[in-house]
Structures are given as structure tokens and as C-alpha cells.
Design a protein around this ligand. Structure first.
Ligand SMILES: Cc1cc2nc3c(=O)[nH]c(=O)nc-3n(C[C@H](O)[C@H](O)[C@H](O)COP(=O)(O)OP(=O)(O)OC[C@H]3O[C@@H](n4cnc5c(N)ncnc54)[C@H](O)[C@@H]3O)c2cc1C
Length: 285
């Protein structure tokens, strides 16, 4: 196995163009597991950890998170601007995994159960990808193509993830068979944009790809009393939960049945909406 170790981003793009089969490695918390269990034997690894700019983040109207920024840093440095992503990051693995693992690695693995995906969808994030042919921004909703399949071309690398600074309360909830070190049975993220009066959703581990619950988003955006900040009208949270559950297409597997996932998603969605709305009411001026 060749081990390619570029020192700069341009060199990394050149290596990937020459060797499209080379597997990028950032934290290695997915890649090394696959290699250790002999599920994957790549001809070459492309180590991105020496490229300083990938370990930086920048703030504009969105946060541009470099591909090598770890979950630990998202939690400690970006929790105020990106509360939902920080919540999701806190549920990933253990401190050791969060010290190595990255959002870009979660995207590269494109597991339907990856914990970063629901909030990236809910908050309208985009993935900045680049090759020697140029750069493009892929909206999160277009990034996931199937189970562990994503929209990157063979010569492309993820350079950064652009996540809008929160414009209202955000929530993330995950169901697992224990509290930590667990793959989601299902998960749900919510992002309220109180300026645009939009509701963003992301459903995880309940379909071949993470996905938004579009009908639920439209319904809640119409039904919530944004102006008065009154309590959520009777029946609205329950209907929102039903619509989220209907957006999923879960399977029965070792972690849970399809019926359980549908039920749990309705409960998560209802609760997340109630918590987020309470926060909105409390920040009332
Ligand atoms: C014990 C354990 C517990 C875990 N718990 C969780 C959990 O709770 N929730 C969860 O979501 N995940 C979990 N994971 C999975 C893993 O930690 C995450 O998916 C993490 O985000 C991967 O990031 P990484 O930087 O380590 O990726 P890597 O392993 O380095 O790479 C992962 C994939 O992304 C690709 N990749 C990496 N960087 C780039 C780039 N810049 N451009 C293009 N492709 C790239 C790689 O080629 C590979 O296909 C766990 C893993 C372990 C071992």
C-alpha cells in the first residue's frame, strides 16, 4: 500500500488527480477500522493531516469548517455559532474518537447513520469540494446519493464544510442502545430560522441516505405562531412528528425495526420542536 503524504492542498489535489483510487485519510476513525478488519485494502492512502489550512475554520455569514477540524474543536470553538452541530458532535463516539474524527470524514464515509448529517441538512450546509479541475459547492441535500455513496468525483477532495451561523434554536437527538459509543438507531435534527421563518429538518439512520422531511418543514413553518411566540397550537407538534416519520423509509436491522424507527422519529421530532420553540419563546424580547 502506498502512503502519499502531501504537504500542501495543491499537492494533495495533484496526487488525487494522478491516483484517483487513493483513499483520503483524515482522523482515520473510519478508514483504519475498515483496513484493520480487512474490509478495504486500498492501493494507496492519501494522508491529509499535514495540510495546515485544512485544520482551520473561518467565520463569515456562515462558518467554513476546514476538512480536518475535529469534533472536539467543533464543540469547544463553534458551539455558540453552530449549536446543533456541537450537539451532534457531542454524541459521536468517545473523547478519543472526537479528538480524531472530523465532519469531512463523516461526509466521506456517507453512512446513513453518521451523526453530523441531520444537522447539516437541517441548517442548509454545503460541502466545498475541489479537484485540479476546479471548486464546487454541493448543498448537503444533494451530497448523499445512497448507502455510503456520495457526490464526490474520483479526483475530488472535500476542502471544507460551510454551515450557516444559527438563526434560531437548534436541536439534535439520537437514539441508541446505550448512551455513548453507539451508532444511531435513528436520529433527528431541527433548525429554526426565526428570521426567514423556516423550519429545517434532518432525519438520520432511517433511509438509505440522511434526508430532510420536506412536508414536515412546510407544515411547521406555516403552523407556528412566529409573531406572537405563543405556545405551539394543539396538535401541531404531533402532526409534525407524523410527517417526519412519514418522510423516513427505514429498514429492519440488528439495531432496530422499521416500525420502532418510525415511532421513535415521531417522538424525537415532536420533542425537538417543543424544546426549540420553548427556547424561542424564552429569548422573546
Ligand atoms: C469507536 C468508534 C465510534 C464511532 N462513533 C461514531 C458515532 O457515534 N457517530 C458517528 O457519526 N460516527 C462514529 N464513528 C465513525 C467515525 O468516527 C466518523 O464517521 C468520523 O466522522 C470519521 O472522521 P475521520 O476524520 O476519522 O474520517 P476518516 O476515517 O479519515 O475518513 C472517513 C471517510 O472519509 C473520507 N475522507 C476523509 N477526509 C476526506 C476529504 N478531505 N475529502 C474526501 N474524502 C475524505 C475517507 O477517504 C473515508 O472514506 C465511530 C468510529 C469508531 C471507530
Amino acid at each position: 500500500m502506498d502512503f502519499l503524504r502531501p504537504e500542501t492542498w495543491l499537492e494533495a489535489l495533484a496526487r488525487k488527480a494522478e491516483r484517483p483510487e487513493a483513499v483520503p485519510i483524515a482522523g482515520g476513525t473510519d478508514v483504519m477500522v475498515e483496513i484493520n478488519f480487512d474490509r478495504r485494502r486500498p492501493a494507496a492512502l492519501l494522508d491529509l493531516t499535514r495540510i495546515p489550512e485544512l485544520a482551520r475554520w473561518e467565520r463569515d455569514e456562515h462558518i467554513r469548517i476546514g476538512a480536518n477540524v475535529t469534533y472536539t474543536r467543533v464543540i469547544s470553538e463553534l458551539g455558540t455559532d453552530l449549536p446543533g452541530l456541537a450537539m451532534a458532535s457531542r454524541t459521536v463516539g468517545s473523547p478519543q474518537i472526537r479528538n480524531r474524527g472530523t465532519i469531512a470524514g463523516n461526509l466521506g464515509a456517507a453512512s446513513p447513520a453518521g451523526d453530523a448529517h441531520p444537522i447539516l441538512l437541517a441548517s442548509g450546509a454545503s460541502v466545498e469540494v475541489e479537484s485540479i479541475r476546479g471548486t464546487r459547492l454541493i448543498p448537503a441535500a444533494e451530497f448523499y446519493l445512497g448507502v455510503k455513496r456520495h457526490a464526490l468525483a474520483p479526483d475530488e477532495l472535500i476542502r471544507a464544510v460551510h454551515v450557516p451561523v444559527h438563526r434560531g434554536p437548534q436541536q439534535f437527538s439520537k437514539i441508541g442502545t446505550r448512551n455513548a459509543m453507539v451508532i444511531a438507531v435513528c436520529s433527528f435534527a431541527l433548525a429554526l430560522d426565526v428570521t426567514a421563518r423556516r423550519v429545517g429538518t434532518g432525519v438520520g439512520s432511517a433511509a438509505p441516505t440522511p434526508r430532510r422531511a420536506l412536508a414536515a418543514e412546510d407544515f411547521a413553518a406555516q403552523a407556528l405562531p412566529w409573531d406572537t411566540r405563543d405556545p405551539i397550537p394543539q396538535g401541531v407538534a404531533a402532526r409534525f412528528g407524523e410527517l417526519v416519520s412519514q418522510a423516513a423509509s427505514p429498514i429492519d436491522d440488528v439495531r432496530g425495526s422499521a416500525a420502532y424507527r418510525r415511532h421513535a422519529l415521531a417522538v424525537l421530532a415532536r420533542r425537538n420542536l417543543a424544546w426549540a420553540w420553548k427556547e424561542y419563546q424564552c429569548t422573546s424580547s
